[in-house]
Design a protein around this ligand. Structure first.
Ligand SMILES: [Zn+2]
Length: 410
């Protein structure tokens, strides 16, 4: 009897060993693949809608990156195990006049319509999501969750009632400004004007209160340090930086200082790593590239106040010039250095991923959404646990998203 028990337990152990449950150590690749598949993965910022408004791009088919230069579509999201993505309704800063405002609002509505059209044309692949639960449910159904964010509060057109209107349409965050100051706040990169309001304008303060009330997340990417401190002082709920990195690792005004990070953690917010190479790692000097790009910028008035047609032409020429004089791309490892730093300074609960794909995001090792698994592999190699990776890939962001929605009163 005893002998039989011993024999059968030996048999069970050998079977477990053969099936890899006991004994064989899981390789980092296998571990990363398993974790990547099981956690909800969300990228909180991409500019793929810029492609949707261009003729000939279909997010429902697999577009070749080398041939098209595009970084995301539904099939490639699936291939890369990316469950959810925030599509940015991006409006470049134009004239701060009633006409400019009206034009910005119209542009936002047009891009919004293009997103809805593209997603609804592919009901088997993706759906527009409005809540964190939507994303988890769509993952179960094997579909991609597409959230909508508005990049540049300029498109509020100085009308406070637009916050609730955009929210009711499905927009879930507003990036307060872009590369120049607007009527809401100062930007971190307005070379012409510098600090203008020294933080939020009086209208900007109203916008913060209204966003809190409606349950609209406040995105502080692009805004100046002074603007950030104003937002943190006024917002009653946690905020997000949808696509920014750590300034201590890469000195760029688009990134957050350690003091910013500490204030963000105190507020309970989250910072999502941007894959734009220049924000991840300071590029080596490349004077040929700098002067060629400066010529294009000058030719197109620093990309300000352009007609739609001119703006498209400018973007194309800038992209082509950049390709002609390429910089060495920062790597996935360089990007994870930012995560390591942030975790060291404020802990694991305040960091996530927001690529800026199709808006400049591009890393060696993760050039489009089909390669997202490489991020998880690097995190595994650095010793991050499954629980920690779950937080980085979406848990932290969804915590903020839920808190902001829960405290809405409108
Ligand atoms: Zn941006």
């Amino acid at each position: 009897m005893k002998k039989n028990v011993r024999r059968s337990s030996t048999l069970i152990l050998s079977l477990l060993f053969l099936s890899g449950i006991v004994g064989a150590k899981e390789s980092p690749e296998a571990k990363a693949a398993r974790i990547h598949k099981s956690v909800l993965t969300i990228d909180t910022h991409c500019d793929t809608p810029l492609n949707l408004t261009r003729d000939g791009f279909d997010a429902g088919i697999r577009n070749d990156m080398a041939a098209t230069g595009t970084k995301s579509d539904f099939p490639r999201m699936k291939e890369g195990g990316l469950d959810a993505q925030f599509y940015a309704v991006f409006v470049a800063q134009g004239p701060r006049t009633p006409e400019g405002d009206a034009d910005a609002k119209q542009k936002a509505l047009d891009i919004y319509a293009a997103i809805q059209k593209s997603v609804s044309a592919n009901p088997g692949l993706a759906a527009v999501a409005l809540t964190p639960d939507d994303a988890y449910n769509l993952k179960k159904d094997g579909k991609r969750a597409i959230f909508i964010g508005l990049e540049n509060g300029y498109a509020l057109a100085n009308d406070i009632t637009m916050v609730k209107k955009y929210y009711d349409m499905g927009v879930r965050y507003i990036t307060l400004c872009h590369t120049s100051n607007n009527d809401i706040c100062d930007s971190s990169t307005d070379k012409k004007k510098g600090a203008e309001h020294h933080g939020l304008s009086p209208f900007g303060k109203e916008v913060i209160a209204e966003m809190n009330k409606t349950g609209m997340m406040i995105d502080v990417s692009h805004i100046s340090d002074e603007s950030l401190m104003d937002v943190l002082r006024l917002s009653k709920v946690p905020i997000i930086a949808s696509h920014s990195c750590a300034r201590a690792i890469c000195d760029n005004p688009r990134n957050l200082t350690d003091d910013d990070l500490k204030a963000l953690a105190k507020n309970g917010g989250v910072i999502q790593m941007c894959f734009l190479s220049d924000y991840v790692k300071k590029p080596d000097p490349n004077p040929e590239r700098d002067s060629a790009l400066a010529v294009v910028r000058k030719k197109y008035n620093d990309f300000l106040d352009l007609s739609d047609e001119k703006s498209r032409e400018a973007r194309k020429e800038y992209r082509e010039t950049g390709r002609k004089y390429p910089n060495k791309l920062a790597t996935v490892k360089d990007m994870v250095d930012h995560i390591d730093h942030i975790v060291k300074v404020i802990g694991i609960d305040y960091v996530g991923i927001g690529t800026d794909f199709d808006g400049g995001g591009d890393l060696s090792g993760c050039r489009d959404v089909s390669q997202m698994g490489n991020v998880t592999l690097e995190l595994v190699k650095r010793g991050y646990s499954e629980k920690e990776i779950r937080k980085i890939w979406g848990g932290n962001f969804m915590r903020v998203f839920r808190e902001v929605q829960k405290s809405a009163s409108l």
